[in-house]
Design a protein around this ligand. Sequence first.
Ligand SMILES: Nc1ncnc2c1ncn2[C@@H]1O[C@H](COP(=O)(O)OP(=O)(O)O)[C@@H](O)[C@H]1O
Ligand SMILES: [Mg+2]
Length: 275
Amino acid sequence: MTGSEKKSQIEENQQVIENMARIKHTIVVMSGKGGVGKSTVAVSLALTLADEGHKVGIMDVDIHGPDVAKLLGVEDARLQSTGEMIIPVPVNKNLTAMSMAFLLEDRDTPIVWRGPLKMGAIKQFLGEVAWGDLDYLVIDLPPGTGDEPLSVAQLLPDGAWAVIVTTPQDLALLDSRKAVRFAQQLKMNVAGVVENMAGLECPHCGEMIDLFKRGGGEAAAKEMGVNFLGRVPIDPHMVIMSDLGQPYVVDEPDEPAPKAFHEISKNLEKMIGAS
Ligand SMILES: Nc1ncnc2c1ncn2[C@@H]1O[C@H](COP(=O)(O)OP(=O)(O)O)[C@@H](O)[C@H]1O
Ligand SMILES: [Mg+2]
């Protein structure tokens, strides 16, 4: 039994509260379903905020798809600890990361833990990782509005900001409405909706090709009375750079998707700052 398992529930909760009190703002990235670019948005926002000089942590609690470490090019990192605290993996001078991926023997083995074990691990991410003083903690939540995102969201500190990622086709939008309601029911601050994979610029003629339609995210946000944070086009370089674990969003700030992410992060900062 590890030291943490011996701790009482009250001690554990106290530790989460104390650790989270050192974090100014929590941003929870959610989606109605998987594959819409949730992890990409979480990683791009974390990199952008860190690049602007903020102290940022990114916490990957998408247990069954812990992709953040790979997207950041740190999937081979091994965790270290000081005393009772786990040290998050440094990505650059302003960004540290914690992911279930760091606890796995290899990437191809699925996690078959039952609920309580998973929740215990997530509680440790919140209470026993030495995040230090952060301006922003960005959290990549499991997709959907089922049991798992619900249990995770309930562990989060009050006042977290929810960013809902969707793609523009009706099926995704329908699910994203659920995600907005879910965040509202959990008393999170809804920062707004990001429409991802919104069109592709033809490399030959420059015209936009709307593969999954376009503008649905904005319309859905308006209809639900929440903010629209911005639209990210499909950017083929994004896929290549993500697969390589390269920080595309800060390395190539003038490219289509990075440009969009800088706008979105500005909108987000403005909103959080004004609250
Ligand atoms: N705007 C975009 N342009 C191009 N590829 C994207 C974009 N957003 C996401 N992707 C790619 O789509 C795939 C799924 O994205 P991911 O962030 O892993 O989704 P999720 O976390 O919602 O499952 C990844 O390969 C990612 O690189
Ligand atoms: Mg993901």
